[in-house]
Structure formats: C-alpha cells, structure tokens
Write a protein that binds this ligand. Structure first.
Ligand code: BEZ
Length: 211
C-alpha cells in the first residue's frame, strides 16, 4: 500500500555514493528530504541534484538532510556526480542511494507501473525527526521539481510544529499565517502576542510568529 502522511517512513539499509547507510540512523534527529530520480545521466535529474547541492545552506538552516535515490549503481552515481559538479557548477554534498534491486523504490512506492515499468517517478518524501512522513509530492519524470516549493512546505510544517499556525494559500515566508482552529481565542492571546485579524471565527490571521 502507498505510504501516507503520518505513516512511519520505512527503515532500510542501502549502498549510497557516500557508503552504506541505515536510513533511520543516518537521519536521526534531522528532518529528511528523500527523493527519487528515474535514472543516472538524465538531464532533468542532473539539474535537480545540482540545485539540491546549492541549497545546502537553506537545508542546514532548517535542520534538513537531503538524500536522493536512483536505480543505478554506486559506480554510475560517482561518475554522474562528476558530471553534475561540472555542468551545474557545484559539489554534490549529500548521498545518492544506489537502488539497483529497487528495494527502496518498492518500499516507498516510487515505481508507478502505468507510467514506467522499471524507472521511478519523481517522488519527494518530507520526513520529520520522529521518522514520520509529513508530506509527499509526486511529479512525472518529465517535470523537474520546484525546490523552492519543497523548502516552503518544510517552513510551513516547522511553523505548525513550533507555533501552532497553518499557512494559507500561496503563503511565502514572512506573510501572515492562520491560527489553527483547535486554539481558542483565550489560548491565542498567550501564544500570539502580536494579535490577529478575525475575518471569521474560524479564519484568524496572525503575523508569522518567528519574524
Ligand atoms: C530526465 O531526468 O531528464 C528525464 C528522465 C526521464 C524522462 C524524461 C526526462
């Protein structure tokens, strides 16, 4: 069955471009972005991996570790990393899982047989420090992911965990947030000293708490 939000991210041990890892041990105490690629030496993936490397500072700020997956070998990954570094003007600074037997791809339902019988689609799993899946995003092989959107989702999840706010449509960092309906006005007075606008009793907007 497909993995869903709230499920525990399945653990696994796998070979990667940075050696063998146990997934839960590797991600212990961090948020994790696990994302799949259809194959090595493919153009869209090359740009995505380059972007991930360049965003390391943004991931670090949020306590996030990135890990990619492709169904090719460690040797191929290493050769491909040289290409990525050269063509994308960066240094790949995170592991790429070598899922030659498709064990992890199948565990995470990354192969959608009606799209392609053997290559993975572009899955993204955002996983919290308790190993819970907090968001999943799936793109077709032909569409490169928007890593700004991935960071935006992480920001939203971390605001919810830390402050009890949700984020409204098209929210970007710095904009007003929504007070979650389970917080009463009485509690909100303590939690949101900057106050809020009540458009409806269920629609209360407050300045982003950590700004
Ligand atoms: C790519 O990564 O460039 C790609 C992979 C599969 C289909 C189309 C594009």
């Amino acid at each position: 069955m497909a993995l869903r939000i709230g499920d525990t991210a399945p653990d696994f041990t796998a070979a990667t471009s940075e050696g063998t890892i146990n997934f839960h041990e590797w991600g212990a105490g961090s948020w994790v972005v696990l994302y799949s690629h259809p194959a090595d030496f493919t153009p869209v993936c090359t740009t995505e991996l380059g972007r991930t490397a360049k965003l390391k500072e943004e991931f670090d700020k949020r306590g996030v570790k990135a890990i990619a997956l492709s169904v090719d070998s460690v040797d191929d990954h290493k050769k491909w990393i040289d290409d990525i570094n050269e063509t994308q003007s960066t240094q790949v600074n995170f592991p790429i899982i070598a899922d030659e037997d498709r064990k992890v791809s199948e565990l995470y339902d990354m192969i959608h047989p009606n799209a392609d019988a053997s290559a993975t689609v572009r899955s993204v799993f955002i996983i919290d420090p308790n190993h819970k899946i907090r968001a999943t995003i799936t793109y077709p092989a032909s569409t490169g992911r928007n890593f700004g959107e991935i960071l935006r989702v992480i920001d939203s999840l971390q605001l919810t965990d830390n402050y009890g706010v949700a984020t409204p449509v098209d929210w970007v960092d710095g904009e007003d947030c929504v007070i979650v309906p389970t917080i009463s006005n009485e509690d909100a007075k303590q939690r949101f000293p900057k106050g809020w606008k009540e458009l409806r009793p269920y629609l209360r907007l407050t300045p982003q708490p950590n700004k």
